[in-house]
Design a protein around this ligand. Structure first.
Ligand code: SF4
Ligand code: ZN
Length: 725
């Protein structure tokens, strides 16, 4: 351990602590100790203080003891005599720095100085969870936090593109000599945001607390660790959050101190300057502090040091290809041409064929190519994917087909929306200039289908047409199949199958959680239906989705089976004994943190409310989504509260043991709209076609009183049901 590093980190910690103290004193003087403080949309108060010290800081006054603790962690700078080659003091400085930075940032929020222009600022709990699921399903490989500025704009762009190509989410910010990488990327017109995996946090080192905050909340949300369990939370970050820091340019004391904080969380730091390296392994999985002055090598070095596993896709197309480009839009002014949407007819259709009829890798294109149309034009488009494989099943067609969306979107400069005969695609001018052709859609689909579904498909061929009459002719057959599929799926019930599927994918985050996926109840993240789980098992027989025989039915009303109970006990590491698949009151299924919606009990209304992740407003239970989510996740059974996938709400088995849809007294307007006809149909089946209007939404009630008044007025059926608890 280098003495220079220790000295710098201790100096930096003192500086940040002093700044926090001055700012806090000023705020208390101006606004009083009772003044409320907090970050937006989080249930974790000041997350570092909450996780590491167990403190729920809600007011300026409550921040004072945190600052006292910070001061107790500050040590004297080591002298030659007093020097021990040990990280202890440096690590204390790191923790002190993180706690002090958090105070500074929350005070900046109080004074409306955060988020900084073009920056994200604090990451909400909603973002935390949606990134969590991308990490578990492999769309994201890890996280980089860049601090400073590159020597040139070009190097800055090259570095973030290298991370993008590897599906690594990059947080950019801080500055070197008054210049920030954020502005370098802005000047080069790099699209930044969650969708493109490049997220600006703030232009100073203090704001580097945001990505670190976010990591520690992963331990609380997904790891199921409690507030104050400092070591467990830090260990969780080290074991499960694949993150690292990259400093560009000179490292000042505050950067050293913040870096020491990151090292505490198990995140190594890579620098492009001459720094004393700290290579012995101990806290980090690998080295702590490493230098690499060659910018061509710096990204691979980061990945190697942190041990991030990345898969680089090699697809023979002239543009970059990675999940990081999935969220990238092609705006009108960037667009060269488009297909579908409200402009032309377009469809995509995956169809299973006999092996003798499919030639692997063949891409057949008919009709005008991109070079035959002028800028701004639209063409009709038919994409017919024909697959063959000994293990391929008709049931898998829609699963393969649904992936066309992300497969095409992941090409830089290609935009895709929708599905089936309601798709919309764009190709950018940039992509065209690089030589991208319509035919390349087929090249991408062949490569990706083989890559992801290689276990079931042996051969893939693609027919693309941009001829109007051909599209119109082919879409008729496709439509017939879309309808057949919907009917087949609708005919499947929990009773008609003798096995369900487990999903343990989220155990990398929530070690005791599992989903039981049934025909009439999909996984709570909304991403795994029964057929998805079935396909996933066929593709990867030792993977996270396993079939389980239901066995003896112990309770048909509550949804309990002997075989399912056994697997729950086993897969939950013996922490859970049973699930009632159709109840939220007795032995409800657990929630990892990825749920699309939360159902919460409202005892006064004798019913439940449902809120979806996208809704940020108030709800009649007095908590918003984020606050509710904080008490539901982590793999615990919490009667009266449960995370679910949206589509479960429109299922006949929706909390049927507790009264079903008639128990729902409130749901957001967006949910009503998204579920649309499905929900209407369910209300009719329940014998109350007007139920959908009797269920309140935020336009009628956001408080319990307003809700009760509404329920009385419309005579909501929940009021007549037996007591909910
Ligand atoms: Fe996680 Fe459940 Fe979704 Fe599987 S189905 S990914 S366990 S939330
Ligand atoms: Zn999950």
């Amino acid at each position: 351990m280098s003495k220079i590093v220790a000295q710098a980190a201790i100096r930096g910690a003192k500086k940040v602590a002093l700044e926090a103290e001055d700012f806090l004193n000023k705020a208390i003087k101006e606004k009083g100790k009772e003044q409320k403080i907090g970050f937006p949309e989080t249930a974790f108060y000041l997350p570092m203080a909450y996780a590491l010290l167990g403190a729920e800081v809600k007011t300026l006054g409550e921040a004072v003891p945190i600052l006292e603790h910070v001061k107790s962690l500050l040590h004297e700078e080591p002298t030659d005599k007093l020097w021990l080659p040990y990280l202890g003091n440096t690590l204390d400085s790191g923790v002190a720095t993180l706690l002090a930075e958090e105070i500074i940032c929350v005070l900046r929020y109080l004074y409306e100085q955060e988020p900084q222009p073009d920056c994200n600022g604090f990451f909400s709990d909603t973002i935390l969870r949606s990134l969590g699921i991308q990490l578990v399903d492999g769309r994201m490989a890890g996280f980089a936090a860049i601090l400073g500025a590159a020597p040139t704009n070009k190097i800055a762009v090259d570095i973030v593109r290298e991370f993008q190509k590897r599906n690594i989410l990059t947080f950019v910010g801080s500055s070197t000599k008054g210049r920030s990488i954020i502005d370098q990327l802005k000047e080069e017109k790099v699209e930044m945001g969650w969708d493109t995996y490049i997220v600006p946090y703030g232009r100073d080192t203090i704001t580097a607390i945001y990505p670190l905050h976010w990591a520690i909340r992963g331990a609380l949300t997904f790891g199921g660790h409690k507030k104050g369990e400092a070591l467990k939370c830090l260990n969780y970050c080290k074991e499960r959050v694949f993150a690292f820091g990259l400093t560009l340019g000179e490292i000042d004391d505050v950067k050293y101190a913040t870096g020491a904080g990151a090292i505490n969380m198990g995140f190594p730091i890579i620098a492009d300057t001459d720094i004393p390296e700290i290579r012995p392994t101990g806290i980090c999985t690998y080295e702590h502090l490493v230098k690499e002055k060659d910018y061509k090598k710096i990204v691979p070095v980061c990945i190697e040091v942190r041990g991030v596993k990345v898969k680089l896709s090699k697809i023979p197309i002239p543009v970059a290809y990675s999940a990081a480009f999935e969220g990238e839009r092609v705006r009108k002014e960037q667009m060269y041409m488009q297909f579908g949407g409200k402009y032309t007819a377009a469809f995509e259709y995956v169809h299973m064929k006999d092996a003798s009829e499919v030639e692997d890798g063949k891409v057949q294109m008919s009709g005008p190519e991109i070079d035959d149309v002028k800028e701004g034009d639209a063409l009709p488009l038919g994409i017919l994917v024909e697959v063959a494989g000994r293990k391929m099943q008709k049931d898998f067609e829609p699963i393969l087909e649904r992936r066309i969306h992300s497969f095409l979107n992941e090409a830089m400069g290609v935009f895709h929306m929708g599905q089936r005969d309601m798709c919309w695609l764009r190709i950018s001018k940039d992509a065209k200039n690089k030589g991208f052709k319509i035919k390349h859609f087929g090249v991408i689909l062949h490569a990706r289908l083989q890559d992801i579904f290689g276990a079931v498909v042996d051969k893939v061929q693609i027919k693309i047409t941009t001829k109007k009459d051909e599209v119109e002719k082919l879409v008729v057959d496709a439509k017939k199949v879309y309808e057949e599929r919907d009917e087949r799926m609708a005919g499947m019930t929990d009773e008609s199958e003798d096995s369900f599927y487990t999903c343990t994918l989220c155990q990398s985050f929530a070690p005791n959680h599992l989903c039981i996926i049934k025909p009439e109840r999909l996984g709570l993240c909304g991403a795994y239906s029964f057929l998805d789980a079935k396909a996933s098992y066929e593709l990867n027989p030792t993977g996270p989705n396993q079939p389980v025989k239901k066995g003896e039915c112990l309770d048909p009303v509550k949804g309990e089976w002997k075989g399912i109970n056994d697997i729950i006990y086993q897969k939950s590491n013996k922490t859970l004994e049973k699930f009632h698949g159709y109840s939220i009151i007795t032995s409800p299924e657990t929630s990892c943190g990825c749920f699309e919606c939360i159902i919460a009990i409202l005892p006064e209304a004798n019913g439940f409310m449902i809120v979806n992740r996208e809704y940020a407003g108030e709800t009649p239970c007095g908590m918003n989504f984020s606050t509710l989510a904080g008490s539901v996740g982590g793999g615990a059974q919490t009667p009266g509260f449960m995370g679910v996938g949206r589509l479960y709400i429109a299922s006949k088995k929706f909390i049927s043991a507790d009264g079903g849809l008639k128990r729902v007294v409130w749901m957001t307007k967006e949910l009503k709209e998204v579920l649309g006809d499905k929900l209407k149909k369910r209300c009719e089946e329940e014998g109350d076609p007007d139920l959908i209007n009797k269920i309140a939404d935020e336009t009628v009630a956001t408080t319990s009183d307003q809700l009760m008044a509404h329920l009385q007025k419309v005579n909501h059926p929940a009021l007549q049901l037996e007591a909910v608890m």
